[in-house]
Design a protein around this ligand. Structure first.
Ligand SMILES: [Zn+2]
Length: 433
């Protein structure tokens, strides 16, 4: 019996070691982080990252049991964290206690296993200090809590369909339109068909204030109200140039949210929109940058101000954590455009589209052309969407997990189109290709 137990313990230890080494390889290959075999003050903890759903508060609670923590770095969207203890002894204590330890994620209720390695020092190249996209402003406390309450109450969501305000439940949010209906088929408005009733009266005072303060130059005549539950979002997009004038303003009500802005060169800036704040998009930020809300239940925010501070979220990885989203309602005001757009961004301007020579894909006549076509319309597209794709697909589908676990030991599995590889570690006893 004892020898059987002994064998069990031995097997468990081997498994932990195997996984720990795998984490080492993963860190080296994908991140260039080198793990070392001797003890130091610093550890890298695999599976305990913001990208796994581990919050800064929970991880601190776990690691502080073994000594005082000097630094905890949690890079955004990564499945690991770095911790530096005051002494090597404390780091060793944490290593011995936590390597291979199963932990339940506080909010998700999911179990994960921690794998730990020593590193020479904790290090993360902070991205350049994020500056706001040109033309963008976030104005804090632009309305009072009382005004916020009245505006939220003015929107009646009780009816499922509402013809007058073109209410719809879209895949990822609820919307209502005032003034003009925004049509999602052609991403434009029918300019000859204003909706009866115009904008809600309650908005008048607010819009006058915006004009007086100089946030906008023209009074908007179209309002879209969006309601996002936790987990919902809106794909990255640029508001159609030919549909609306330059300035677009959006009020955040009910809860704060993080909005992602992206320049065509790939540069992204995450921006905190606090409750009762106003987002103003004009110029480059309105015409050239896409904006969107990643559908997720948590936002990565700065731990020190818990969503209270506005503006760009700095990439200071010593100060990031997760915050659970709540229902957020936005009032987005725009002015319908009556003449074609003549902005200085023709590459993204639908009004100026005909003026450029549009290269349409055509049937390839040789291998070379076929490769080019694939590069342009497959590889480039995947490069473009990879980060967003991966960051929204980290939870495995239960049925697939069930299937993988049901296979006999030693089976060979080909995961064709494996995405970010989320099923590769589901069953250790399979050979996954
Ligand atoms: Zn334009």
């Amino acid at each position: 019996k004892t020898s059987e137990d002994h064998l069990k313990v031995h097997k468990m230890k081997k498994k932990v070691l195997r996984k720990q080494i795998r984490a080492q390889h993963m860190l080296m290959r994908h991140e260039g982080i080198e793990c070392i075999s001797h003890a130091t003050q610093s550890l890298v903890i695999a599976n305990a990252g913001l990208g796994n759903g581990m919050s800064r508060q929970q991880l601190l609670g776990i690691i502080e049991e073994y000594g005082s923590v000097e630094t905890l770095l949690m890079p955004p969207n990564k499945p690991y964290s770095f911790v530096k203890y005051g002494t090597t002894e404390d780091a060793k204590k944490a290593f011995d206690a936590l390597n291979g330890k199963e932990v339940t994620l506080e909010d998700a209720g999911q179990n994960i296993v921690l794998y730990i390695n020593f590193v020479e020092k904790v290090f993360w190249q902070n991205m350049l200090p994020a500056s706001l996209p040109p033309g963008l402003m976030v104005i804090e406390k632009v309305i009072s809590p009382e005004e916020e309450r009245r505006m939220l109450e003015s929107i009646d969501w009780t009816r499922d369909e509402d013809a007058q305000n073109a209410q719809k439940t879209l895949k990822h949010r609820r919307v209502k339109h005032f003034g003009y209906e925004f049509c999602y088929d052609n991403n434009n408005v029918d300019k000859d068909k204003p909706l009866p009733g115009g904008l809600p009266e309650i908005c008048d005072l607010f819009l006058d204030k915006c004009l007086k303060q100089g946030y906008i130059k023209h009074k908007p005549d179209q309002l879209t109200v969006n309601q996002y539950e936790p987990g919902q979002g809106i794909p990255p997009h640029i508001d159609t140039h030919s549909a609306f004038e330059d300035e677009i303003i959006s009020l955040s009500l009910g809860a704060e949210i993080v909005m992602d802005f992206k320049h065509p060169d790939g540069h992204t800036v995450a921006i905190m929109l606090p409750r009762c704040s106003l987002l103003v998009m004009a110029g480059e930020s309105r015409y050239l940058w896409t904006h969107g809300i990643t559908p997720r239940k948590y936002d990565v925010i700065q731990a020190s101000d818990l969503g209270q501070k506005l503006g760009a979220i700095t990439a200071d990885v010593g100060d990031l954590t997760l915050k659970r989203r709540e229902t957020r309602t936005s009032f987005t005001f725009r002015k319908v455009r009556r003449s074609p757009c003549n902005c200085i961004y023709p590459s993204v301007c639908d009004s100026q589209k005909g003026q450029q020579r549009q290269v349409q894909p055509s049937f390839p006549h040789n291998e070379m052309e076929a490769l080019k076509l694939e590069e342009e319309y497959v590889h480039k597209v995947y490069e473009e969407i990879a980060t967003h794709f991966s960051s929204t697909r980290h939870s495995p589908w239960p049925r697939i997990v069930e299937f993988l676990r049901s296979l006999p030991k030693g089976s060979i599995v080909a995961d064709v189109g494996c995405g970010n590889g989320k099923y590769l570690g589901v069953n250790e006893d399979l050979y996954m290709v």
